[in-house]
Design a protein. Sequence first.
Length: 117
Amino acid sequence: MTATRNLKRAAALVALTVLLAGAGSLLLWVPPAGAAAAGTTVVPGGVMQWGLIAAAAATGLSSLAAGYAVAGVGSAGMGTLAERPELFGRVLVLMGLAEGIAIYGLIISILILNRLG
């Protein structure tokens, strides 16, 4: 029961991270076609502020979710390795998958910051 509840919490954190990153990217200002042709793209202050908040939230929440996932997988993996050390490779892959959540959030943050200019 506890593992299922922890998995649901981790999934909820990941969903929240994706939602905030998506909302942040929707708040970004798209310059008019004439401004892009002239080479003058100025991002308003309010849009810049929300974009930076969205980038920070994407990185921070995905890192929290990754830490939560690594804590669960790491403790279970250590218990597994204590009984069956030959499963080290599989446990290492599972740890990498859990850490991938933070990398996805970082990529979203980079995309948001590139869009801001």
